[in-house]
Design a protein around this ligand. Structure first.
Ligand code: ADP
Ligand code: MG
Length: 146
C-alpha cells in the first residue's frame, strides 16, 4: 500500500482525445497546484475514491503520465470514475483520495489491447476498493461536499 494522497478541484476540459468515445471518459483536473505531488509519484495507473460535488462518492481508476503535448515537462492525471453518468460534469468539484498503484505506464500494440487493459485496471480497482483496508476511505470527510 502507498501513503494515501488527496487532490481535488473543478473538472476541466481535457484534450478531447475521444476517451469518452472509447467508453473511458476521464475527468481532468488542473495539475498546476499539484505538480510537486505528481512528480513524487511514478507514472502509471492508480486507484482510489472520488467525491463528486454533491452527487456522491465513486470508485475510480486513474492514469498518471507524461504528456507529450507539454514537451515532457508536465504530468497529467486522468481519473475515470467507475460509474455510469447520464451527463457531463465539467466545472464541478472533484476530490480524489489515491490509495494504490496498479501498474506502470505501458505501450500497447493496438487500441483494442489498450482498452482491454484499462477495463482490467477497472476491475482490479473495483475489487481492491472493497477490501476493508481501502473501503474505509470512502467515508473520509475530504470526499464529502454535501
Ligand atoms: P476531456 O478530454 O474533456 O477530459 P473526455 O472524453 O475524457 O473529455 O470526457 C471526460 C468528461 O466526461 C468529464 O469531464 C465528465 O464531465 C464526463 N464524464 C462522464 N462520465 C464520466 C466518468 N464515468 N468518469 C469521468 N468522466 C466522466
Ligand atoms: Mg479526459
Amino acid at each position: 500500500p502507498i501513503e494515501p494522497w488527496h487532490i481535488g478541484g473543478p473538472v476541466i476540459k481535457g484534450f478531447g482525445r475521444g476517451s469518452k468515445v472509447l467508453g473511458i471518459p476521464t475527468a481532468n483536473l488542473s495539475t498546476e497546484e499539484f505538480s510537486d505531488l505528481l512528480l513524487e509519484h511514478p507514472s502509471g495507473v492508480y486507484f482510489g475514491w472520488a467525491g463528486l460535488s454533491a452527487r456522491g462518492i465513486y470508485k475510480m481508476v486513474m492514469s498518471i503520465g507524461w504528456n507529450p503535448y507539454f514537451d515532457n515537462k508536465e504530468k497529467t492525471m486522468e481519473p475515470w470514475l467507475l460509474h455510469k453518468f447520464n451527463e457531463d460534469f465539467y466545472g464541478e468539484e472533484l476530490r480524489l483520495i489515491i490509495l494504490g498503484y496498479i501498474r506502470p505506464e505501458a505501450n500497447f500494440p493496438s487500441l483494442e489491447s489498450l482498452i482491454a487493459k484499462i477495463h482490467e485496471d477497472g476491475e482490479i480497482a473495483e475489487k481492491a476498493l472493497d477490501l476493508p483496508l481501502y473501503a474505509k476511505y470512502r467515508d473520509d470527510p475530504y470526499l464529502k461536499m454535501s
